[in-house]
Design a protein around this ligand. Structure first.
Ligand code: ZN
Length: 584
């Protein structure tokens, strides 16, 4: 496979294209008949030479057809901690947060008085008097509201060595928290990189503990640095290369926080990178290769199994989905077994890796189907989480399992009414072939238990129903164990990711009863996300288990000030925090 990064020397591209041409077999239709005479052979060679020349000439317009490098440049950002005074720092831009200190009761009073001219009490979130005074006129002007993500850029700010001072609104000072800081750091990156600026310094707000602030700023900045436009021939090479964080505290502790946050942010972007690739460039085989390569880089054991192993393990539910596709499936198993970790617990992270979901024979409508390349986001999240875990080295065993396949309609595809026997021996009546995620996960969960996992978490873009229930703001979370849920919820809050628990009451079990088999794979429309989770519960059995339905949160439908439109990488940070909680 040939790799070429946009922005690399064009000669590289030409060579890449030529090699690519050479390595591809000539299609049967354009092959010369075997009994050609010398003249025809010479003409054939001449034709080939012309073809290469044509490739050379067309190279500049063909850029979009080249495979984009596996290590995309989105996430390379150097982070430095500085304890120096913001006013003295030479930088392309300083970034400070504007907070509204207006008293809420005062505000209500002003509204009652209909005094619309009353100005909000705006202050910069920094203790540095020189920075305060550089922005004093603007803050006093009444032109700013201080609302979240309000942007103002001052050039040559008086009294500062920085070339620019970027002010970003943070909303009410009383409500301002780490969650907001992460997003504001992302917004700073997106604002500055769009102006061609490649480095800046962010003033950590003193209201949040310095280590927590540093983590949030690094994570948020990395999220903001990602853009999805890989295959645009006019893709601009806009990114932040270097971030300095101005904070007060112990330099070593702050650097440790920054390094850990960098691992997490880069891993999140690694996941987004996988999800962003279209399905013709992210087949189950390619996903397996990418996982293997990552595991080699960070020192994880990794096995990628094909159809033979899936059949040998009697994963009838997984194979039922995979059988319809010409692309071979991949069962990806990544193992993190640090020296000195106790025998138990063994955490199992199981991801849905449908690299494209057509719905199968129960085919989806054409409208919006292109988004179904994202249906491997749960699997990509687990691969990214394993990367972060391997680099952060918590003392706890973790096994990551991704069941990767396409879901295609074909003459070999499973049909509604078919009965499949899952790895656990349970029989499943296929009501809807589009409810395939739970089928591959069912066998993934059972396999994880067979490998010795004592605690399970799965992540999947599982149901449209979870989007109906919770919209795009919260992922759905399900648990068969309250202690496990509490632990995950805590990790959620620390990671600044929003998830909402949905019920798994026994009453819902009626929805997945079958008259021919043990269960059906689709419990119908009402409570669809819960029915799917009830199905998975049958395979987690009594192992403590969390199910994350990230169908509404894995993909940003629109760009936001802090994040590009496209894959979000959401759930990764929570998963890493959750795993770390077992090592404490
Ligand atoms: Zn589906």
């Amino acid at each position: 496979m040939i790799c070429a990064k946009p922005g690399e020397d064009r000669r590289y591209h030409l060579v890449a294209l030529l090699l690519q041409q050479r390595s591809q077999p000539v299609p049967r239709s354009s092959r010369l008949p075997s009994a050609v005479n010398q003249d025809e052979r010479r003409h054939g060679e001449e034709f080939n030479r012309l073809k290469y020349l044509l490739a050379l000439a067309l190279a500049p317009v063909c850029r979009r057809y080249w495979k984009v490098s596996e290590q995309f440049q989105n996430d390379i950002m150097k982070t430095t901690i500085s304890l120096s005074s913001p006013a003295q720092l030479e930088t392309e831009s300083l970034v400070a947060i504007v907070l509204d200190h207006t008293d809420q009761t005062q505000k209500d009073q002003t509204q009652k008085d209909k005094n619309k001219d009353a100005k909000p009490q705006l202050k910069l979130a920094t203790g540095d008097p020189a920075v305060q005074s550089a922005a004093a006129d603007l803050l006093a002007s009444g032109e700013l509201t201080g609302k979240p993500f309000e942007i103002n850029l001052l050039h040559k700010p008086g009294g500062l060595k920085a070339k620019r001072l970027l002010l970003i609104g943070g909303g009410a000072a009383k409500k301002f928290a780490t969650y907001d800081l992460r997003r504001i750091a992302g917004a700073a990156v997106r604002t500055l990189k769009a102006r061609g600026i490649r480095s800046f310094a962010f003033i950590a707000p003193p209201s949040i503990s310095a280590e927590e602030a540093v983590s949030a700023i690094v994570e948020g900045a990395l999220v903001g640095n990602f853009d999805a436009d890989y295959y645009r021939s006019d893709r601009k090479d806009q990114k932040i290369d270097a971030l300095t964080i101005l904070a007060a505290g112990n330099q070593a502790a702050l650097e440790k926080a920054a390094n850990e946050a960098q691992v997490i942010g880069e891993s999140q972007n690694f996941t987004r990178d996988l999800v962003n690739e279209p399905s013709n460039r992210m087949t189950p085989t390619i996903l397996g290769d990418r996982a293997k390569k990552m595991c080699q880089e960070v020192g994880l054991k990794c096995e990628v199994y094909g159809a033979d192993k899936i059949k040998e393990l009697k994963m009838g539910a997984f194979w039922g989905v995979a059988q319809g596709s010409d692309e071979p499936p991949a069962l990806i198993v990544m193992k993190y077994e640090p020296a000195g970790a106790p025998e138990k617990p063994v955490l199992g992270l199981v991801g849905k890796g449908i690299t494209f979901d057509t719905g199968g024979i129960s085919i989806k409508p054409a409208d919006g189907m292109e988004k179904m390349k994202y249906d491997m986001a749960g699997g990509a999240t687990m691969i990214g989480a394993m990367r972060a875990i391997a680099l952060l080295k918590p003392k706890v065993k973790v096994i990551g399992i991704v069941c990767a396949t396409e879901n295609m309609p074909s003459g070999k595809a499973q049909k509604p009414g078919d009965v499949q026997i899952a790895m656990s021996g349970k029989s499943i009546e296929i009501i809807n072939t589009d409810a395939e995620g739970r089928l591959v996960l069912a066998d993934g969960l059972v396999y994880a238990r067979q490998l010795g996992c004592t605690h399970l978490v799965d992540a999947a873009t599982l149901t449209g129903a979870v989007v109906v229930a919770l919209g795009y703001a919260n992922a759905g979370i399900f648990a068969n164990d309250d202690a496990m849920y509490e632990r995950f919820h805590k990790a959620n809050e620390e990671a600044g990711e929003k998830m909402w628990r949905l019920p798994l009451d026994d009453e819902y079990k009626d929805n997945i009863k079958s008259s021919i088999a043990d269960i059906v794979n689709s419990g119908g429309r009402w409570g669809g996300a819960i029915n799917a989770a009830m199905f998975l519960k049958e395979f987690a059995e009594d192992t403590p288990w969390i199910h994350l339905d990230i169908a509404g949160t894995a993909w940003m439908e629109d760009q936001k000030p802090w994040i590009a439109k496209g894959p979000s990488g959401i759930a990764l940070r929570s998963l890493v925090e959750f795993v770390k909680s077992f090592a404490n």
